[in-house]
Design a binder for this molecule. Structure first.
Ligand code: NI
Ligand code: MN
Length: 227
């Protein structure tokens, strides 16, 4: 699979010819300035883990231009409908759906999910994607939770995308434990460095994962990797 990192918790993964974008937050991200042009982003789907502005900021603009299908909690999808979007797929934690690229199951994220205008966003979630091209877990914003131990019973992961920035989510050490819970040997780090509260030492992160035999990938903003 091809993965392009757009900064913070936003990345796109191409699965069986479909481009799936997660949690678009690009135009307000100082670190992405000059590195990512949102008008160049093509996608067939936009998955949204929860309602916080650092995850939904560019959803409406990108979805209107690309006509991508937006997938999220029932409440966030209702809210996107009020913003004028029509290509919408509501889901909720525990449920799964067979899309044209593979299957996505919505899993527990331990976080919160208010929308930027104060609307209720339902529960936050992570996404577990299985496909003929490979399997991965996009955790969204979450604490370390025992629920992650359920994941290997559902799917054997090729990689996991985990928050590592601390303060709002797991820190590096908890993310290492999460990687063990979900039995992922390759991890893509996200939700770090964007704001003062979540700045991390990259070498410390790389070493912490390597100590447990796990490969941590920290792609540059705008970089595309094969995974
Ligand atoms: Ni959040
Ligand atoms: Mn966040």
């Amino acid at each position: 699979m091809q993965l392009t990192y757009y900064g913070h918790a936003c990345l796109a993964i191409e699965v069986n010819g479909k481009k799936i974008l997660f949690d678009p937050f690009i135009t307000p991200n100082e670190l992405a300035k000059g590195k990512v042009d949102i008008n160049q982003i093509e996608c067939d789907y936009i998955f949204i883990s929860h309602g916080h502005s650092d995850h939904v900021a560019d959803v409406v603009e990108i979805a209107k231009r690309t006509n991508a299908t937006c997938v999220s909690s029932f409440e966030i999808i209702e809210w996107l409908g009020k913003q004028g979007l029509t290509n919408l797929h509501p889901m909720n934690t525990g449920g799964k759906w067979n899309f044209d690229f593979g299957t996505v199951k919505c899993v527990v994220a331990q976080h919160s999910s208010g929308l930027p205008d104060g609307s209720y966003g339902g529960n936050p979630m992570g996404f577990l994607l299985t496909s003929t091209a490979g399997n991965f877990y996009y955790a969204g914003d979450t604490a370390l939770t025992m629920d992650m131990q359920l994941i290997p019973g559902w799917v054997q992961l090729d990689f996991a995308i985990l928050p590592i920035g601390d303060n709002f989510t797991m820190d590096i050490q908890d993310a290492v434990m999460a990687a063990n819970f979900v039995q992922a040997k390759t991890v893509v780090g996200m939700h770090y460095d964007t704001f003062g509260f979540i700045k991390i030492n990259h070498q410390e992160a790389l070493d912490a994962f390597q100590d447990k035999g796990i490969q941590l990938l920290l792609p540059e903003i705008g970089q595309t990797i094969q995974i």
